[in-house]
Write a protein that binds this ligand. Structure first.
Ligand code: HEM
Length: 220
């Protein structure tokens, strides 16, 4: 639970301040074990879902392109469906654990809030000017809060739209909420594209700030 210290109520917590306050040498726990476990299980499940999803998409493309076989999983439609549904259970159960613990421990409130348009704007500007400090990893800056909160919502949407196109009869109310089977397919694809876009930026930033990656692996 340490590492989930309540954020200062400001919005610009990531910007270098004159006083510094850096804790670069700090050895305090930044990512509790449960966060690390669900994060990496989620990453594995997501990659399996995306690669098998691309193979399923190739069997009936929505757009005038298909994905190269070299980046798909399953080999053919039947194999890809098996991978997709196997990883789906992992993703759903793991995601529910993350949501339940994130709410119950107060992590979402402490780490992802407060969030403001002004803060996101200021932190984006600071990041582009190279003035965003990564000294204190115990709080997320406003851009991180927006991206992490946003990707959690997209993660929920991709599961719900997936359920709608998997069982459109059993989940007919859910499918109708998306505007029908065809729209749910487009929503499912759009969520995948957002997750892939997030992943590219997310992994690049993790490599650029290796101590954040270390904390997500060993906790400190
Ligand atoms: C596979 C490569 C991935 C790497 C190397 C990676 C790396 C990291 C790192 C280093 C952090 C800590 C960030 C920080 O302290 O500033 C983090 C947090 C996070 N990552 Fe990833 N990640 C990966 C995949 C994913 C995927 C697939 C998702 C979701 C689609 C995801 C969602 C998140 C979220 C929501 C957080 C914040 C977690 C929290 O604080 O509760 N990551 N990731």
């Amino acid at each position: 639970m340490s590492g989930t210290t309540v954020n200062p109520s400001d919005s610009l917590s990531g910007i270098k301040s004159a006083g510094g306050g850096a804790e670069s040498g700090s050895r305090k726990l930044l990512q509790p074990a449960w966060v690390r476990i669900v994060h990496w299980v989620n990453a594995i499940a997501m990659v399996m879902m995306i690669m098998s999803g691309w193979q399923i998409y190739n069997a009936s493309p929505l757009f005038p392109f298909s994905f190269s076989r070299s980046i798909t999983l399953g080999g053919w439609l039947g194999g890809a469906l098996l991978w997709h549904f196997a990883a789906m259970w992992l993703l759903m159960v793991n995601g529910l654990v993350y949501l339940a613990l994130g709410l119950a421990t107060g992590r979402f409130r402490n780490k992802l809030l407060p969030l403001s348009a002004r803060g996101v704007f200021a932190d984006t500007k600071a990041a582009l000017a190279g003035k965003l400090s990564h000294d204190d990893l115990s709080t997320y800056n406003q851009v991180q809060k927006l991206l992490y909160g946003g990707i959690i919502v997209v993660g929920i949407l991709i599961v719900l739209s997936g359920l709608s196109i998997w069982k459109p009869v059993q989940f007919q109310y859910l499918t109708a909420l998306f505007g029908g089977y065809d729209v749910a397919r487009y929503v499912h694809f759009a969520c995948m594209a957002l997750i892939v876009g997030f992943l590219v930026v997310h992994v690049a930033l993790a490599i650029l700030v290796p101590k954040s990656l270390r904390a997500m692996i060993v906790g400190r």
